[in-house]
Design a protein around this ligand. Structure first.
Ligand SMILES: Cc1ncc(COP(=O)(O)O)c(C=O)c1O
Length: 355
């Protein structure tokens, strides 16, 4: 039996997947499973004999069902400990999956967490916010004007508050989508390549992921290049801003990570591709296509998606398979990045699931 008794000493320096990989803590249950979906294809008129849809179950990374964020936090928390910090500070919406994952990681490591959240404190505390509180996070709430205004000043204020209380803060920007955090999905791509090696050797693979704060997408792009997966393609489905903006942000994060870690990869080695048209009116606003994808995945595969991220992305994946955007004969992989607590929270309440 593998018992991780003291995660705080488990720096895995001996098993780096790349010489430039930074220190990491083992916080996730890896590898996450890869599951084949056939009934979902059938219900969408796609023949499972000629189409392959796999789901990489990163909603099962463990640690309070933390989805994609905990992969990034394996690296960021290691960096925080290496710097002797005792408080993880981060930001996001009231129902942020990333904030909840950060609070969970802090609890697991015996650190404190300090979250500053966009939005009012609801009278009914549920979903991710309920978990934030359970994990012992200290939360503050800020209206959109204050949160989106002078963010640097707000960050400084929160960091100073931690220092004034005798703590040593470690700041994690939105979604953990910074150079160190990108390694989470570099590692996920190596893991996926190993899992697909025997059943799908030599096949073309089209990987789809949600693009929110870009760390997952950037990591997958880098992982594809570093693992030498020339026949693979990585497609991000933007859900937080226009596709043009999100592609530019992913490009920037890929390039910054290449630079910071001296990875020696060019733009041509790391193509950033996005699939446009699935965000709908705005971030966090459910779309009919996303809602239909959530319903079909739940009813036909018992796969739980959410309205802000994975539902919209699955809508994009199914459309890509139906419209010929996916390469002929390619194995399609949807990375399930989690988010079910968002479904249970305020974000999921007005979608009419039982209709
Ligand atoms: C459930 C879920 N999926 C996907 C994403 C997007 O990941 P990233 O922020 O790395 O782009 C997020 C967060 O933004 C998320 O909470």
């Amino acid at each position: 039996m593998n018992i991780a008794a003291r995660v705080d000493v488990e720096h895995l320096d001996g098993v780096r997947l790349h010489p430039k990989e930074p220190g990491r803590l083992s916080l996730c249950a890896l590898p996450t499973p890869v599951e084949r979906m056939t009934r979902l294809l059938e219900v969408r008129g796609l023949d499972p004999e000629s189409h392959t849809l796999l789901v990489k179950r990163d909603d099962k990374t463990g640690l309070a069902v933390s989805g994609n964020k905990v992969r990034k936090l394996e690296y960021l928390a290691a960096d925080a400990l290496a710097q002797g910090c005792d408080t993880l500070v981060t930001q996001g919406a009231v129902q942020s999956n990333h904030c909840r994952a950060t609070a969970a990681v802090a609890a697991r490591l015996g650190l404190k967490s300090r979250l500053f959240l966009r939005g009012e404190k609801p009278t009914n505390v549920n979903g991710n916010l309920l978990l934030d509180e359970l994990f012992g996070a200290e939360c503050s709430f800020h209206d959109a004007q204050e949160y989106n205004g002078d963010r640097d000043a707000l960050v400084q204020r929160v960091m100073d508050g931690v220092r004034d209380g005798g703590g040593k803060p470690y700041f994690i920007p939105t979604g953990g989508s910074v150079e160190t955090g990108s390694w989470g999905y570099v590692r996920a791509m190596f893991e996926l390549a190993e899992q697909l090696e025997a059943p799908f050797r030599g096949r073309e693979v089209d990987v789809f992921c949600t693009v929110g704060s870009c760390g997952t997408h950037a990591g997958c792009v880098l992982g594809r290049a570093l693992a030498g997966l020339d026949k693979w393609r990585v497609v991000g489905v933007p859900v937080a801003a226009t596709s043009a903006k999100m592609a530019a942000w992913s490009r920037e994060l890929v390039d910054d990570t290449v630079k910071q870690f001296g990875l020696g990869l060019s733009e041509a080695d790391t193509p950033v591709e996005v699939l446009d048209g699935f965000i709908g009116p705005a971030y966090g606003v459910p779309t009919p296509e996303g809602t239909a994808a959530i319903r079909d995945a739940a009813r036909h595969e018992a796969l739980v998606l959410d309205p802000s991220y994975t539902g919209k992305t699955m809508a994009g994946v199914l459309h890509a398979m139906q419209s010929g955007f996916v390469r002929d004969g390619a194995v399609v992989v949807f990375i399930h990045t989690g988010g079910s607590f968002g479904l249970m929270g305020a974000a999921g309440n007005d979608t009419g699931w039982s209709a």
